[in-house]
Design a protein around this ligand. Structure first.
Ligand code: ADP
Ligand code: MG
Length: 224
């Protein structure tokens, strides 16, 4: 499903060049649940952003379903992202002005799916995420755990090929964190491919395998 070879990403700010990824090669197979671990600043989010087509690598190849997608223009990346990739962030990233239903509906609007079908699919996924009773609430009226369940609903509503989760339990207490991990685990059991960045060894145990990053390089876990 995903294969990257020798990914390099350098950020150039006014004074310094930061080598965030320094030759990352790895593969993720369909239906796998993979955890990425490593110290702060080692390049985890940078890698996830490239895999999620939010950014391009400086050099190296990225194959998504056999197609090289590492050097597309932003508009092509945006198009490919829709419906193919679902994101879950540590800070939930819901839109405050939209209620729960409307937040989850957004990816379907981008895909130009009709209103009736949207309603059906959003209601189904809200039910599955155990958050139907909050459909008319706004993000600020929800607990962190509830917000993350909404974010997961939004990430999966369009049936993406892969879920990319960047420290999804990072802002949650252990009870809510466990609930979020169990939802991700359930999605995995139903066949969703998941790549999750985490600091928590406990959360990483839900994954099939762990890839360790250090200083922009994979230091273990290359082979599944
Ligand atoms: P992690 O998620 O593992 O904590 P990041 O991928 O966020 O690490 O960052 C890796 C390195 O790249 C860090 O040194 C960080 O400061 C740098 N970096 C990340 N994004 C940018 C950016 N947009 N501009 C400049 N430097 C960046
Ligand atoms: Mg990060």
């Amino acid at each position: 499903m995903i294969k990257v070879t020798n990914l390099i990403k350098s950020f150039l700010t006014t004074e310094v060049e930061t080598l965030a990824l320094n030759g990352v090669s790895m593969e993720i197979k369909e239906h796998e649940f993979v955890a990425i671990m490593g110290p702060s600043g080692c390049g985890k989010s940078t890698l996830l952003n490239i895999l999620g087509l939010l950014d391009n690598p400086t050099s190296g190849e990225y194959y998504l379903d056999g197609e090289e997608v590492g050097h597309l223009k932003e508009s092509a990346r945006t198009n490919l992202r829709k419906g193919n990739i679902g994101f879950v962030f540590q800070s939930f990233n819901l839109i405050d002005e939209l209620n729960v239903f409307e937040n989850v509906e957004l990816p379907l609007i981008y895909l130009k799916i009709g209103a009736k079908e949207r309603k059906k699919r959003v209601n189904e996924i809200l039910q599955k995420m155990n958050i139907s009773h909050r459909a008319k609430h706004f993000p600020q009226q929800l607990s962190g755990g509830q917000q993350q369940r909404v974010a997961i609903a939004r990430a999966v509503v369009a049936n993406p090929k892969i879920i990319l989760a960047d420290e999804p339990t990072g802002n949650l207490d252990s009870t809510n964190g466990k609930e979020v991990m169990e939802l991700l685990s359930q999605l995995h059991e139903e066949g969703t491919t998941i790549l999750m960045v985490t600091h928590s060894l406990h959360d990483a145990q839900y994954a099939d395998r762990i890839i360790n990053l250090f200083d922009g390089k994979v230091v273990s876990g290359v082979i599944g």
